[in-house]
Ligand binder design. Structure first.
Ligand code: ADP
Ligand code: MG
Length: 341
């Protein structure tokens, strides 16, 4: 089958698939305190009401500039930090308020691969023990069984069985990320959140790690939430894409459609920044002025209005809702809201 046919087929299959993760109106606010008594004076609205669902076996790419709340969203989904509001349903179970042993049990089904393979691996631990730690925590396997299993995992991610006895500093960035991936795979999870897994790596190494993640997805039946700050990285990985801006989800849709016809002005700016290999298809680059505003004091109305090239006066006042504007495409922008036209 041609690549096109395969991707069409996968897309059709995805819409028939079951939902693995459902997130409804999720918020994560970090309190801001001041003074001697550490009185609360405000909130950092890192994630401010996002709703999304992931189908079994899909890769959902979450993109947005640095500071938009992607990592916080990922960490909150996995219950690594408590949500402020909202609901998280994983494989049919509401995990929003799980505690203690129930949370521990749920957690073995989801794992995270972190951005910085230098900082995320304990440098004092031997690779074998870094990778078998989750297995030791969750299973009663013997030392010998653990060793065999870890060596197999190391080989699967492109390392050698002997690497079991080495320490993280003996590896390159790409190899360290492979160690992180082996560790995430150890418990055979259903969902992996990969938080900018290749951003810290040399461009020449990036595609090797991305290809590895792709192969593992089919082999281990994984669902991915793949976080990146630019669209070119998620382009090759994702089936669907969600675009975040300042704690909000502004657009969700199929990858190809988001690339070919971005609807939200923020998505349009992000896609215009992707290098175009064909010089005949030159497109206009939309440069966004300034930085992402502070989530402690976000703009009123549509949070993007201060940087939006097509903002209208009402955008200062009305908060746009994420709505289905055509099949399988949701956008939060007043340009597409009939009642606000
Ligand atoms: P991204 O991953 O998209 O770069 P983050 O989720 O890391 O964004 O951060 C979103 C916002 O939340 C940022 O303004 C950041 O400074 C803030 N933030 C993240 N973690 C914390 C924390 N533990 N306490 C307070 N503010 C935080
Ligand atoms: Mg981040």
């Amino acid at each position: 089958m041609s690549e096109q046919v395969v991707s069409e087929k996968k897309k059709k299959d995805l819409y028939n698939k079951e939902v693995l993760l459902e997130v409804k109106n999720l918020k994560k606010y970090y309190p801001v305190t001041a003074g001697f008594f550490q009185r609360k004076v405000g909130d950092v609205k890192a994630v401010d009401d996002i709703t999304l669902s992931l189908k079994k076996g899909e890769t959902f790419g979450l993109v947005g500039e640095s500071g938009c709340g992607k990592s916080t969203a990922g960490r909150t989904l996995l219950r690594l930090t408590d949500p402020t509001e909202g609901q998280i349903i994983f494989d049919g179970e509401d995990i929003t308020n799980l505690r203690g042993s129930k949370l521990r049990k749920a957690r073995r089904n989801f794992q995270m691969v972190f951005q910085d393979p230098y900082a995320s691996l304990n440098s004092k631990m031997m690779v074998g023990h870094l990778v078998d730690e989750p297995l030791r925590n969750y299973t009663n396997k013997s030392h010998k069984e653990l060793r065999e299993e870890v060596k197999k995992l190391l080989k699967r991610v492109g390392l050698r069985a002997e690497d079991y006895y080495k320490y993280p500093h003996e590896f390159s960035g790409g190899q360290r990320q492979r160690i992180g991936i082996a560790r995430a795979l150890a418990l055979n999870p259903k969902l992996i959140i990969a938080d900018e897994p290749v951003s810290a790596l040399d461009v020449s190494i990036q595609s090797q790690v991305l290809n590895l993640l792709k192969e593992l997805q089919d082999e281990f039946d994984l669902t991915y939430l793949f976080i990146a700050h630019d669209l070119s990285v998620v382009k090759h990985m994702s089936d669907r894409i969600g675009v975040m801006y300042l704690g909000h989800m502004v657009e969700v849709g199929d990858k190809e459609e988001i690339y070919h016809e971005p609807l939200h002005p923020y998505t349009q700016a992000l896609t215009s920044a992707i290098p175009e290999p064909n010089p005949l298809h030159k497109k206009e680059r939309i440069i966004l002025e300034g930085d992402v505003p502070s989530p402690q004091n976000p703009p009123t109305g549509c949070v993007f209005h201060t940087r939006c090239p097509v903002a209208m006066p009402k955008c200062k006042e009305i908060v746009p809702q994420l709505k289905e504007v055509r099949p399988n495409r949701q956008v939060a922008c007043l340009l597409y809201e009939e009642e606000n036209k």
